[in-house]
Ligand binder design. Structure first.
Ligand SMILES: [Zn+2]
Length: 267
């Protein structure tokens, strides 16, 4: 059984086929990183046209490098941090998330008859941020990042960590203010984030996030607002179930991410 990247997939990867989903791109990149055979076949997959473009760009670059002064070699830690861990387009999403959490807290404070909105939306809070954390169209630096093998997966994990580092203290702060159980805010929030990553390795992160947001809204948020009753899922007794679910999902996600790496051992 061969686990090399198929020629048709290499062709699509070389052509930048937008229909090639994120999980396939990650698997191909992780494999290419360690397989000289497939790298050689990838080089063969480029068309005459693209080779001509590369030669033209290389000649142009060589001319410009010869004509320009020596580059500044000082490293800028902040710019490395900004490009590896953050993305400019993440900021408005994080601001929106903060605004939604704050509104939920305010509304819960005003209307005591309703189930806590903070509890209801906590699982979804990190998902919009995670969805844009690694998305080609949302990231102006995408082409630069994508030039590094396997950058997609690692960048996604790093940026998810950034989103959580922002969302968790926000939820904790609001939760402490409204007196709802911290475990019931944070455990579902973590479980949904990990579930997005896990599902994302199958169907793409954006689709996973949108699917989970819609499911939770339709199955849990809408009915509990309509009946003004807290769902069983968010009763204090459910905290253990959430803890268990988070642990199981985390193990699943780790195995899945390692799965992308194992694909490369094909001898
Ligand atoms: Zn190979």
């Amino acid at each position: 059984m061969s686990t090399h990247v198929s020629l048709s997939q290499l062709d699509r990867y070389a052509a930048g086929d937008p229909a090639l989903d994120e999980p396939s791109v990650w698997a191909i990149e992780v494999h290419l990183e360690e397989c000289a055979d497939c790298r050689a076949r990838l080089a063969g997959s480029t068309t005459g046209d693209s080779r001509a473009v590369i030669e033209r760009v290389a000649a142009g670059l060589a001319r410009e490098i010869a004509a320009s002064p020596a580059p500044d070699t000082r490293t800028r830690p902040w710019s490395v941090l900004r490009h590896r861990w953050l993305v400019g387009t993440l900021a408005p999403w994080l601001a929106m998330t903060a605004a939604v959490i704050a509104c939920a807290a305010l509304l819960s404070g005003l209307r005591t008859g309703l189930p806590s909105l903070v509890l209801l939306i906590a699982p979804l809070a990190p998902l919009p941020g995670v969805a844009v954390a690694w998305h080609r169209r949302a990231d102006p630096a995408w082409e630069v990042v994508a030039a590094t093998p396997a950058a997609g997966l690692i960048t996604l994990l790093r940026r998810t960590a950034v989103v959580l580092a922002f969302v968790i203290p926000g939820l904790a702060l609001v939760g402490a203010g409204t007196g709802v159980s911290l475990a019931l805010i944070l455990l579902p929030c973590l479980a949904f984030t990990v579930a997005t990553l896990l599902l994302g390795t199958l169907v793409g992160v954006r689709r996973a996030a949108i699917g989970l947001i819609l499911t939770w809204t339709i199955v849990v948020v809408a009915p509990s607002l309509a009946t003004a009753r807290m769902p069983v899922l968010l009763e204090p007794e459910s905290a253990t179930v959430w803890a268990l679910a988070t642990a199981v999902l985390t193990v699943g996600a780790i195995l899945r991410v390692n799965g992308f790496r194992r694909l490369s051992h094909h001898d």
